[in-house]
Ligand binder design. Structure first.
Ligand SMILES: [Zn+2]
Length: 359
């Protein structure tokens, strides 16, 4: 039976986990998968490694990986007015951030990314230019620097504060129901908590013919660092990366009228042929495609040469053949994303069938 619930998706999405500070997310995942796997450990980097022993029919070692971290703002300075100055960790879409609610530090203090009221903006250029990330400040409502410093420490993270929601169509099922096979959801950090959710589901089902090693990685958003550490230790035969990937399938200048969108919502999980740091080995790519076709699983290609993932982390160290299967999500690396549960579940189906064919 599926271990996933809408409530678990909500917690995975809403919990903060900036790069290097993934402990709260890791905790949720570890508690969830603990009864369903044979070994659970945390390596020196903070990667969570869950081993599900196979039936023994195959000696291959296959890794499934999903990253726990999300793009975040690191607090670098607390000024005398009580405002928090920040540096970005990961590629935050800076056009989307002004006036957005955030949660700061381990106590998840509410704050807002401050901006000047429109009455005071006399330079029209200020409206046209996206803000520089280094100019952003976060307001937690502290009356001065002393009060702010009593609540927040430099080096802590702020991440977006966005409630997870089940969108149309239909009523949201109860929180303890499994996520439906269709319908859309919105929330933060779908890149890559949707991959984490898929990995939880795949570790929780029936064993595979081989030992399945689930790696929930750290620090993907700042350079695939957790994957490099895990890949160098595990040296797996194959790695499949489960991602929440970008989906600019929108009308107008940055949509399909001028350039082909990288993915389309509701058109199935996205298979990567190449991205900026990785080429899927042809035999593995063809295996995934044959699997999708043989099982009638909807799927799409992600437009080539866009983005980068933990696949490169695994491939670069040990030359592990690696492929990426993603759930498309609109507006990733911003405060809110939208994804389609049908894509998510078809992705889980595709990974499961692909794994059986790798035995
Ligand atoms: Zn990602």
């Amino acid at each position: 039976m599926s271990i996933l619930t809408l409530e678990l998706l909500r917690r995975l999405s809403e919990t903060p986990g900036g790069p290097g500070d993934e402990a709260a997310v890791r905790d949720i995942i570890a508690r969830t998968v603990h009864p369903r796997v044979d070994e659970l450990s945390i390596d020196n980097m903070g990667n969570l490694i869950a081993i599900k022993r196979g039936s023994g029919a195959s000696s291959r070692q296959i890794v499934l990986a999903a990253h726990m971290d999300e793009v975040a703002f690191m607090i670098t300075k607390i000024d005398d007015d009580g405002l928090l100055h920040v540096a970005a960790s990961g590629g935050i879409n800076r056009r989307t951030v002004l006036g957005k609610p955030v949660q700061v530090g381990p106590d998840r203090l509410p704050g807002v990314i401050s901006l000047r009221p429109p009455h005071l903006v006399d330079d029209p250029e200020e409206y046209r230019r996206p803000p520089k990330l280094r100019d952003l400040v976060i307001d937690i409502g502290a009356k001065d620097g002393e009060e702010a410093k009593s609540k927040v420490k430099r080096g802590q993270y702020a991440v977006f504060r966005t409630p997870f929601r089940f969108l149309a169509p239909g009523e949201a099922p109860g929180p303890n129901a499994p996520p439906p096979r269709s319908g859309r959801i919105s929330g933060k950090a779908f890149d890559d908590r949707l991959g984490c959710a898929a990995l939880i589901e795949l570790l929780s089902g029936e064993p595979f013919p081989f030992d399945l090693v689930g790696v929930f990685t750290v620090q993907e958003e700042i350079g695939l660092r957790g994957a490099l550490a895990a890949g160098s230790r595990l040296k797996p035969d194959v790695a499949l990366i489960l991602e929440g990937t970008l989906c600019p399938d929108l009308p107008g200048r940055w949509g399909q009228e001028q350039t082909p969108p990288t993915t389309r919502l509701g058109h199935g999980p996205a298979i990567t042929t190449t991205d900026r740091s990785h080429i899927t080995p042809p035999w593995l790519l063809q295996h995934i495609l044959r699997t999708a076709e043989a099982n009638d699983i909807p799927h799409q290609f992600k437009h080539p040469n866009v983005g980068g993932t933990d696949a490169a982390g695994f491939a670069r160290y040990w030359g592990t053949p690696a492929a990426i299967i993603s759930t498309p999500a609109r507006y990733i690396h911003s405060p809110i994303a939208i994804a389609d549960l049908a894509d998510f579940w078809h992705g889980v189906d595709l990974v499961k069938a692909t794994l059986h064919g790798l035995a």
